[in-house]
Write a protein that binds this ligand. Structure first.
Ligand SMILES: [Zn+2]
Length: 273
């Protein structure tokens, strides 16, 4: 592993290097890591900024959408002057302003069945920050097929959820072990329909960034096999244990998932939280 850091890097990351659990070797692991963030919205904004600040060497940003005035209440990687710009470009600029040494791969496109496994396969860890079930299931299935760790967060109104899925590790469930199928369209409202407190997306995106850094560093307790539920109004965190479903269609012993053909045609509308 390349442990050669400039004087500037040593200063920039000094508060990491001071931590026994990180140190110079951990910082080198962060620099060597490749993380894909799907959705540069309310979750993706703090996630991308903290990963860049932490010195994660390569960050891919997938978002085909443009910044809208109604995004700015929570999507803090974007500013008022960025309205109308591609979110992937706007978020990359914000990350680069914090840490110019990070490589930012801009994928200003919609993730779909025909590009998901290839996109995801280029990275070590994938983060889902999208706002609709078709995309969540597509990303989760693509991560199972590509054997990539998925750090997933979701928000609605005053509540957030977070988990890590790595079914390629024995005893660890996948997203479909938790949710076998997407709910019928219209059953669960989106943030655009039900609203979300902006700071709730900030907390959940920051928790997601923390879990990504832990996975890269191999420290602490992984969220694999656990689901965190946060009720912001009550200020109450709960953690539920998750187990692999032996009948899971994606990761079980009789899994039927061999490709992403069940995800075509692509969902009509895809947006980040
Ligand atoms: Zn599963």
């Amino acid at each position: 592993m390349d442990l050669d850091f400039s004087e500037d890097d040593i200063q920039r990351y000094s508060r990491h290097i001071l931590l026994g659990e990180v140190g110079g070797i951990g910082q080198a692991k962060l620099r060597a890591a490749r993380v894909l963030v799907i959705g540069a919205g309310g979750l993706g904004s703090p996630l991308i900024l903290y990963l860049a600040a932490a010195g994660v060497g390569t960050i891919g940003i997938v978002d085909g959408d443009v910044v809208d005035l109604s995004n700015l209440q929570r999507q803090i990687a974007h500013g008022t002057s960025g309205i109308g710009r591609l979110k992937a470009l706007s978020a990359a600029d914000a990350a680069r302003a914090i840490n110019p040494s990070v490589t930012l791969d801009i994928h200003a496109t919609r993730i779909a069945a025909d590009n998901a496994v290839r996109l995801i396969g280029d990275y070590d860890i994938v983060c889902d920050g999208t706002d609709n079930f078709p995309t969540r299931f597509l990303v989760a299935d693509a991560c199972v097929l590509a054997r990539r760790t998925l750090v997933s967060a979701a928000v609605l109104r005053f509540e957030g959820q977070l988990s890590t899925f790595k079914p390629h590790v024995a005893g660890s469930p996948c997203y479909r072990c938790l949710y076998p199928d997407a709910p019928p369209a219209g059953l669960v409202p989106s943030c655009g329909e039900a609203g979300v407190l902006g700071a709730v997306t900030g907390v959940m995106g920051t928790l997601q960034a923390t879990e990504v850094l832990k996975e890269i560093l191999g420290i602490g307790e992984s969220m694999a096999g656990r689901l965190l539920i946060w009720d912001a109004l009550a200020t109450r965190f709960r953690t539920i244990k998750l187990r692999p479903d032996p009948d899971c269609p994606a990761c079980g012993p009789r899994a039927t998932l061999v490709d992403l053909s069940r995800h075509t045609p692509a969902p009509a509308a895809v947006c980040a939280v």
